[in-house]
Write a protein that binds this ligand. Structure first.
Ligand code: NAD
Length: 238
């Protein structure tokens, strides 16, 4: 997840899953907009790889790479302490992009594959959302923004993705509830529902299936993590 400040210029942002794909592109964009970014990933090597790109593209800003497992509460607690001691403030913007797939048809889907996807995608989103909200509320900071990654699959389902679809539908319900509960603290909560985006996650999908999805997309190809249009600086400030 990425945690970041509400007005991005000069803010602290944090992104979980920031070591790859969409999360990495989010980190790069936040840094470009002037935020200090905490890149969070299960893999510290991946997070450091993103950090190197931020140092190259947005030098002079204070970014950090941190390892955390969003599905474990003790790891999330330690992460929040590291962010607090490094930046002396809670994040203004948190982007939860950490996610996994373990595809299997329902008739063969194991309990273990169901639990592991729910643990990272849904429980991980809950743990980070709660921890960020608690840190903002207790600090007396004036608001923030929590952005969780759902998926179009959570809305319409997908062959072989019962566990993933359930986790992403759960993320939507959780985030809508968070939005209602946290509005009084000035904390905005939103879910993004990407369609199919070309990242290491979709690299695992057979080409035949990717071609089928590309055929359903007006552009005739998968989306790109960095987006389809040129960056217009400032237009999308949070
Ligand atoms: P990705 O596999 O490229 O990146 C996911 C990152 O999450 C990886 O760096 C991985 O190390 C990290 N991660 C996994 N488990 C973690 C854990 N327990 N704690 C911390 N980090 C962990 O995937 P992506 O395509 O960039 O997907 C990002 C998010 O967007 C996911 O939530 C995914 O479900 C969602 N999404 C992706 C697509 C798509 O087509 N790529 C579509 C809709 C939604």
């Amino acid at each position: 997840g990425n945690l970041c400040e509400r007005s991005v210029g000069d803010s602290l942002c944090d992104s979980s899953g920031g070591g790859s794909g969409i999360g990495r592109a989010v980190c790069q964009r936040l840094a470009q907009e002037g935020a200090s970014v905490a890149v969070v990933d299960l893999s510290i090597d991946s997070a450091n790889d993103t950090l190197r790109r931020l140092a190259r593209d947005a030098p002079g800003q204070d970014h950090v790479a941190l390892a955390a497992d969003v599905s474990r509460s003790e790891s999330v607690r330690a992460l929040m302490e590291q962010i607090q001691s490094r930046f002396l403030a809670p994040p203004r913007v948190a982007v939860n992009s950490a996610g996994i797939t373990r595809d299997e048809f329902l008739l063969r889907l194991s309990e273990e594959a169901f639990d592991s996807v729910l643990n990272v995608n849904l429980k991980g989103t809950f743990l980070i959302t709660q921890a960020v909200a608690q840190s903002i509320v207790t600090s007396g900071q004036d608001g923030g923004s929590i952005i969780n990654m759902g998926s179009i699959v959570g809305k319409v389902g997908n062959l072989g993705q019962g566990n993933y679809a359930a986790s992403k539908a759960g993320v939507e319900g959780l985030t809508k509830t968070a939005a209602k509960e946290l509005a009084k603290f000035g904390i905005c909560c939103n879910t993004i529902l990407p369609g199919f985006i070309a990242t290491p996650m979709t690299e695992k999908v057979p080409q035949k299936v990717l071609d089928k999805f590309a055929g359903m997309i007006p552009l005739g190809r998968l989306g790109r993590p960095e987006g389809n249009s040129p960056v217009r600086k400032g237009v999308y400030s949070l």
